[in-house]
Write a protein that binds this ligand. Structure first.
Ligand code: SAH
Length: 336
């Protein structure tokens, strides 16, 4: 609940207005019971305990990368389902990558999250709890959020927007929109709807191929929109919000990593002021697709740069702990 909603409830209960702020601040610090709210009178804590539930995620597994300190958490939800959160520590601050759904129905052929389909959407409160619980468990201040875990955030639009409002609250987690990235496989109507909200977040679009033929091999969603409609939506998004889009491109050996793809991509994106993030595919055993070689990635990046597109090659953090999308939850489902 937002502070104003708690305040409205409390008013109806005849409680003074400042109590709502006190409770919201405690929740923002990640406490899981009213008993811990030490500046509330004991009787009130008791009363609130009886009136409200504070559902929270339960840690099932925690893995720390030996290579780079990246941590991955597997959480159990109140109904027994599970999702993952990844904590990445950078010089500029700590970043959490959160899940937005249990599973995913987008069906990208290289992605572990989508193998069992979508089970359900996460609530705003569950997404917020991913941030809070990770901060508490790792004793880390969280300064950045990326919505790049399990699920398609724009397929859970309303809950994700409410989560953004909650996590933005100055008295709570206080994470500003400019410190939040949202990644989508490219749901065109939802991109337009998001543009209309004029948020200052960074939108990442998982492109992974510059042409319909290749993209449709990798991403079923492409059969619905196609790259022309997607590019057009990205252009409208930039015009409406003034925010540059960042394109994700997972390099899959022999599928989307040839000089032909690089040149076509450069041609399409040139002058659009967008940025391309290359990442070598994380190998997912169930999928049978291989990552491109580092050499191929370097050549691809060079081709883009020569074509006038800004490009970065993403470091792979946590690859020794199955930190790619959905891999840990998938492991639990397999029983490993
Ligand atoms: N559904 C959203 C966000 C979650 S996926 C989206 O599609 O953007 C986050 C990113 O990880 C996406 O760019 C996705 O395409 C990418 N991804 C999924 N599986 C991957 C893998 N095995 N290797 C590399 N990137 C992968």
């Amino acid at each position: 609940m937002l502070p104003a909603e708690i305040a409205a409830d409390f008013k109806a209960l005849g409680l003074p207005g400042y109590r709502a702020g006190q409770v919201f601040r405690w929740l923002g610090r990640g406490v899981t019971s009213f008993q811990e709210m030490s500046d509330l009178p004991k009787a009130l804590r008791q009363k609130l305990e009886e009136m409200y539930v504070l559902p929270s995620l339960r840690m099932l597994r925690r893995q720390t990368s030996q290579a780079d300190g990246t941590e991955k958490f597997l959480w159990e939800l109140p109904d027994g389902e599970s999702v993952e959160t990844v904590l990445m520590r950078y010089k500029h601050g700590n970043s959490v990558c959160i899940s937005s759904q249990v599973g995913c129905r987008m069906g990208c052929v290289f992605c572990a999250s989508t193998i069992g389909g979508k089970v359900r959407d996460l609530t705003a409160s569950e997404m917020l709890d991913e941030v809070l619980r990770t901060g508490v468990a790792a004793d880390a201040e969280i300064s950045n959020i990326v919505l790049m875990g399990i699920g398609e955030p724009l397929d859970n639009f309303d809950n994700v927007m409410r989560f953004l409002t909650l996590v933005n609250e100055p008295e709570g987690a206080d994470i500003g929109m400019r410190h939040i990235s949202l990644s989508t496989c490219g749901l065109v109507e939802a991109i337009d709807k998001l543009a209309g909200l004029h948020l200052q977040l960074t939108l990442s679009v998982s492109l992974h191929a510059p042409d319909d033929e290749t993209r449709s091999r990798l991403m079923p969603v492409n059969a619905v929109y196609g790259v022309d409609r997607l590019y057009a939506a990205c252009e409208r998004y930039f015009q409406t919000t003034g925010r540059r889009i960042s394109f994700e491109y997972a390099m899959v050996r022999g599928v989307n990593d040839t000089p032909y793809h690089a040149r076509l991509l450069a041609k399409r994106l040139k002058g659009a002021g967008s940025h391309v993030n290359l990442i070598r595919l994380n190998y997912v055993p169930e999928r049978g697709l291989e990552p491109s070689s580092e050499e191929t990635v370097r050549a691809f990046a060079q081709e883009l740069a020569d074509g006038g597109v800004t490009v970065t090659v993403r470091r792979r953090l946590g690859s020794d702990i199955d930190a790619a999308c959905g891999q840990l939850r998938r492991g639990r489902m397999r029983g490993s």
